[in-house]
Design a protein around this ligand. Structure first.
Ligand SMILES: NC(=O)c1ccc[n+]([C@@H]2O[C@H](COP(=O)([O-])OP(=O)(O)OC[C@H]3O[C@@H](n4cnc5c(N)ncnc54)[C@H](O)[C@@H]3O)[C@@H](O)[C@H]2O)c1
Length: 381
């Protein structure tokens, strides 16, 4: 059953995109390639950036402005895609939802778990869908790995090795916790998707190799524990020349009936038996749209049908909590419980919330733990 407003508008959904930077241009392409939607407005604090992005893509007739609610009202928009920098996610999402529009927002939901909880409560107070685009869930070969993982019996260990050597320039080379905060949310979110489980704790070490061209720690190793006993070990570096992995990293899933490996791009390789003792194969899966095209398609379907999407804000908070817990563990040298991070964030959110309606929703939860779990359940229905 839908927990947010849906639309039965015939024809294409009219979208306003906010943010026309590097990733914004990729979203303009994804929107214009999807026959179910139409880009009617483009918002950016810098309108020159927006005009340049539209000119680069050869698009005319798209209204440009600096306010999401003004541009949405002027264009009769049905929904918003938020591709701004993380610090702008909360204000832009809240403005759009309280203007009566569902939002598809780039990851991370917000810079902090406390702000993400405020967003979840804002979605409830406004009655609108807020979906976080975790685009790395949408790989057909990951769907195959998920199917195989479900056949391996109890899962013992999952590992991801992520080794890349990008020279981004700009903010990433100066930011703190660059690997954990800017990148690791993708595999952290993917392991939740793969297993259908949330971790309970993490121990993490972060460090900066001597040759690093980043100001702060560009490498990290984290061990997450799940209530089933499963361990997820993530090891990554962003200054690792030679034998680089794919952008999804190199994965190994080991369960009681064998092992699957995934290079992050091709179909997984399996060495395992099935429940009847025969050789376990890799199932074919229906090829769906991948990466941001995949999350856009799921968002459109959700608004049309009311089916709660994977990235609905309540269900996404745990992925951000994994990042925040890993950072806290690295800073303190202690194992950190995810529930403690969520509880502390909830208390911060209650104190910080300025919107009375949203504050009342947060207060009614009593605790974030039950609320997030029961909302996440709606997704599996
Ligand atoms: N899924 C992925 O693989 C992936 C890859 C890269 C970036 N991202 C995410 O995409 C988002 C954008 O990243 P980017 O690299 O395009 O950043 P960017 O800095 O290149 O662009 C951000 C744009 O947002 C605009 N902006 C900032 N605040 C605004 C506001 N309040 N209102 C309107 N416009 C505003 C800026 O002027 C800028 O043009 C981030 O959340 C980032 O994490 C995701």
């Amino acid at each position: 059953m839908s927990t947010f407003a849906t639309t039965d508008t015939p024809g294409r959904l009219r979208l306003v995109q906010v943010g026309a930077g590097g990733m914004g241009k990729a979203w303009i392409e994804a929107i214009t390639a999807n026959p179910d939607v139409e880009l009617v407005g483009l918002v950016d604090l810098n309108t020159d950036t927006a005009h340049a992005a539209l000119a680069e893509k050869g698009l005319a007739g798209v209204l440009v402005g600096t306010s999401v609610s003004d541009v949405a009202a002027a264009t009769g928009a049905h929904a918003v895609v938020n591709v701004t920098v993380p610090v702008a996610h909360h204000p832009v999402n809240v403005e759009a939802m309280f203007a009566g529009l569902p939002v598809l927002c780039e990851k991370p939901a917000a810079p902090t778990v406390a702000e993400a909880l405020s967003l979840a409560a804002s979605a409830e107070a406004s009655g609108q869908l807020l979906m976080i685009s975790q685009s790395r869930r949408y790989f057909n070969s990951l769907t195959q790995l998920k199917a195989v993982t479900g056949e391996l019996g109890e899962i013992g260990v999952i590992t991801t090795e992520f080794f890349k050597a990008p020279h981004f320039g700009g903010f990433r080379e100066d930011m703190d916790h660059v690997l954990l905060v800017d990148m690791a949310i993708h595999p952290f979110d993917a392991v939740r998707h793969l297993t259908g489980q949330d971790p309970v704790s993490v121990y993490c070490e972060e460090f900066n190799p001597a040759w690093s061209w980043y100001k702060a720690d560009a490498a990290a190793t984290a061990i997450f524990e799940f209530s089933s006993g499963l361990r997820y070990v993530y090891s990554g570096s962003w200054c690792a020349d030679g034998q680089e992995t794919s952008w999804n990293g190199q994965w190994r899933v080991n369960g009681e009936r064998g092992t699957a490996r995934w290079d992050g791009e091709q179909a997984p390789v399996v060495d395992a038996v099935d429940a009847a003792g025969g050789k376990l194969g890799v199932p074919a899966v229906a090829a769906g749209p991948e990466q941001i095209a995949g999350s856009l398609a799921e968002f459109v379907s959700a608004i049309r049908t009311g089916k709660v999407p994977d990235g609905e804000i309540h269900a996404n908070v745990h992925s951000l909590a994994m990042v925040e817990a890993a950072v806290l563990s690295a800073e303190t040298g202690q194992r950190v419980r995810i529930d403690d991070v969520l509880t502390a964030a909830y208390e911060q959110a209650l104190v910080a919330e300025k919107n009375a309606e949203v504050k009342a929703v947060l207060a009614a939860w009593g605790s974030p733990l039950g609320r997030l779990a029961c909302r996440a359940e709606a997704i599996s229905r």
